[in-house]
Design a protein around this ligand. Structure first.
Ligand code: ZN
Length: 473
């Protein structure tokens, strides 16, 4: 017999005998929706476990198993797979403070302090341009930027938040989304009564959604009256909706509050019974006296925005002290008009470096702590730590696969150092949110990038026209 033919018969016979065994083994394995296989998993769980050559099994949007690849592959099977061999798998990043449609104002007015920037540029530009369509176009641009940069959850405050929720859910991104309450007429609501009616409808519509947490967002204690702040708190008590707000962003805000109310913004909010464990407070650059103790006692989440605070020269929040006091602290970009991007890798790098130079101590805020602020601690600041922020069985499957083969990451000694000081947003290769792949090998699967760019560019011309000669140059 032809030796080749005999070899072929031999192989065929072997296959015939082993195939039923393979099928049997496969049938013993549990079918899941997605397997992420290989790679170094940075879990951010309680023990900060790191698993080399690990794997994650995902079913119905949640992690059902995480461990060594051989073990997970032996127990689970899936038609949908993401290969992460040689890469890093981390929890998705949590951007704790944004005004997402403001990406359309990116670069409109820079190099000013908060009051001048807000009153001369941002508020007039918003008054003339913000419509539901503006918000949708800006949100899609912001979502695309965030997915590309590995942000899987964001906490927002803006107008037409219902449209933001709609776009966010369609893109498959997770959001704590707060409709703004402010004591002057704005694009979507002319009176406080209209604003409260809007938020009532908004929260009722989205409550219980697997991606969207609807929230109420009183702008700040200096733009919302005591009476209205109390109504916000009552609304939150009744509906369970989180309260997203800005507190103690500038020294001037604190001085004005002391003059007008005889107390710092935090002490004033405590006095009127506003603070509790559903409050998410952006900035907190200038806590006074016993403010940190009050925030801790009330379980308030605090979101630090280092780049925005630096750009507006608002000051440096005492984050090392907040961490020592075990406050719930997260990290955010703020709106892109004051940053000018939604890039959490830059915030991590900045938070670690800003506090070193400000305190004169290079040991303050380590790379690992910076990564915690963008993941598990960020989840705690949003009061979502039971659902997101780490890769653990039972939690939502929000995760990133990060390329490790880029020049800026070679060679590699320590994974946290690499993530915080060397990794760029463009190194994020694939993104999974709630078990759904929203970016695979750098291709966005839920958003049309070309259409988003065209629509956003068209808004630039409209905005310039609306501001006349005094506007952007
Ligand atoms: Zn803000």
């Amino acid at each position: 017999m032809n030796p080749y033919l005999s070899a072929l018969i031999c192989v065929s016979l072997t296959l015939m005998t082993t195939l039923p065994n393979i099928t049997k083994a496969q049938s013993r394995r549990e079918a899941v929706d997605l397997l992420v296989l290989g790679g170094t998993i940075v879990t951010m769980d309680q023990t900060r476990r790191i698993i080399d050559d690990g794997a994650i099994a995902v079913s119905k949007g949640r992690i059902v198993a995480i461990g060594p690849r051989a073990e997970i592959e032996g127990r689970y099977t899936s038609r949908q797979r993401v290969s992460a061999a040689g890469k890093v798998i981390t929890p998705g990043l949590v951007n704790g403070h944004t005004h997402i449609p403001m990406v359309l104002f990116r670069g409109l007015a820079d190099d000013l302090d908060l009051q001048e920037w807000l009153t001369k540029y941002i508020f007039p530009a918003e008054a003339k341009n913000v419509t539901e369509e503006f918000v949708r176009v800006g949100t899609r641009l912001g979502l695309a930027e965030m997915i590309r940069g590995g942000t899987t959850t964001y906490c927002d405050m803006y107008y037409f938040e219902d449209a933001i929720a709609d776009e966010t859910a369609k893109a498959g991104v997770r959001g704590v989304l707060g409709e703004t309450i402010i004591d002057f007429p704005v694009a979507d609501n002319k009176t406080n009564a209209e604003g409260m009616a809007y938020v009532e409808k908004f929260v009722t519509r989205w409550k219980g959604h697997e991606l969207i947490v609807p929230a109420i967002a009183p702008h700040a204690p200096y733009t919302v009256s005591e009476e209205h702040l109390k109504a916000v708190r009552e609304f939150s008590d009744r509906t369970g909706a989180p309260i997203v707000t800005h507190i103690s962003e500038t020294k001037r805000e604190v001085d004005d509050s002391v003059k007008a109310k005889g107390a710092s913004p935090v002490a004033y909010l405590e006095r009127i019974g506003f603070l509790n464990e559903r409050v998410i407070a952006a900035h907190m650059v200038w806590p006074q006296g016993s403010d940190i103790t009050i925030l801790k006692r009330r379980g308030v989440g605090v979101v630090h925005n280092p780049q925005s605070n630096m750009k507006l020269a608002s000051g440096v929040a005492p984050v090392p002290k907040m961490l020592t006091e075990k406050l719930l602290v997260g990290l955010g970009t703020d709106g892109a008009a004051s940053n000018n991007d939604l890039n959490m890798w830059e915030e991590m790098d900045t938070v670690a470096k800003l506090h070193k130079v400000f305190s004169g101590d290079p040991k303050v805020i380590s790379a690992q702590e910076a990564f915690e602020l963008a993941t598990i601690r960020g989840a705690e600041a949003l009061h979502l730590e039971k659902e997101i922020g780490s890769l653990e069985t039972g939690k939502r499957a929000d995760l990133l696969v990060i390329d490790r083969d880029t020049l800026n990451q070679i060679p590699l000694y320590n994974v946290y150092s690499d993530l915080v000081y060397a990794t760029k947003a463009s190194d994020v290769e694939s993104v999974v949110i709630n078990g759904r792949i929203v970016m695979r090998n750098r291709r966005l699967l839920t958003l049309d990038e070309a259409a988003i760019k065209t629509a956003a560019r068209a808004y630039r011309d409209k905005i310039i026209k609306s501001l006349g000669a005094s506007g952007a140059q």
